[in-house]
Design a protein around this ligand. Structure first.
Ligand code: CTP
Ligand code: MG
Length: 229
């Protein structure tokens, strides 16, 4: 089984509010995207394609290793991953792989064992697999007035992380069929949602708190503490 990694790094990071695209924000002195690429490589995925903001190609090329391929991302995460998937099949530089792991640049400290668990599930025959963690807080639905309307039983709820692993042909076909499925592609926030829209069952493996996504400033502060310990 040969795996290729796609890192989604083309977002702007509005909620983090930094002076540069989120994937270029430093953590322990290195850009988040560099940590994310290393996470895949440490877990056993050597070929990596990174989707970057179209106008930031040079800045990303400066910080990333030479053997990482860069492609221009799109307006939404879905569009960025779609562009990276297309690059795998670029006739000028095709990448041989039967499985694809899609990872967020915003999850820099993902431990290699999470990557290994995703690969093992694919090796065992899953066509799609995501790392998940339980929801630990009491979880509710709040109405327009800010008043709780419903409590949600949390035993079956999970928080979904990346990297998410897929049979390559399955993922490509799911992205191709998105437009016909009548789904609002821009509203999908991960790749498992894309294959689920195509009717593919998605398996789960155990995620890790260190694979948490950096979204707001507090998350970056926590990650800074983690890299120091
Ligand atoms: N992403 C992407 N292309 C986009 C939007 C997001 O590749 N058009 C990537 C981000 O770079 C990030 C991952 O998808 O690594 C998860 O998205 P999120 O945490 O929402 O990052 P941003 O969209 O950059 O942040 P925000 O929503 O706060 O602007
Ligand atoms: Mg976003």
């Amino acid at each position: 089984m040969h795996a290729v990694g796609i890192v989604a790094a083309a977002g702007s990071g509005l909620r983090l509010g930094a002076d540069r695209p989120k994937a270029l924000v430093p953590l322990g002195g290195r850009a988040l995207v560099c940590w994310a690429v290393d996470a895949l490589r440490d877990g056993g995925v050597s070929d990596v394609v990174v989707a970057v903001p179209a106008d930031e190609h040079a800045a990303f090329a400066t910080v990333l290793p030479l053997d990482v391929r860069l492609v221009a991302g799109g307006e939404t995460r879905t569009a960025s991953v779609r562009a990276a998937l297309a690059a795998l099949s670029d006739p000028a530089q095709p990448i041989t792989a039967d499985v694809v792991l899609v990872h967020d640049a915003a999850r820099p400290l993902t431990p290699p064992e999470v990557v290994a668990r995703v690969l093992a599930a694919l090796e065992a025959g899953a066509r799609a697999v995501v790392p998940v963690l339980p929801v630990v807080d009491t979880t509710v639905v709040v109405g327009d007035e800010g008043v709780i309307t419903e409590a949600v039983p949390r035993h079956s709820l999970r928080r979904v992380q990346t990297p998410q692993g897929f049979d390559r042909d399955c993922l490509v076909a799911a992205y191709e069929s998105l437009d016909d499925a009548g789904v609002d592609a821009g509203a999908l926030t991960d790749d498992a949602s894309v294959v689920r829209a195509a009717g593919v069952p998605v398996a789960t493996v155990e995620g890790h708190e260190r694979a948490a996504k950096i979204t707001v400033a507090h998350d970056l502060a926590v990650a800074e503490l983690q890299v120091r310990t």
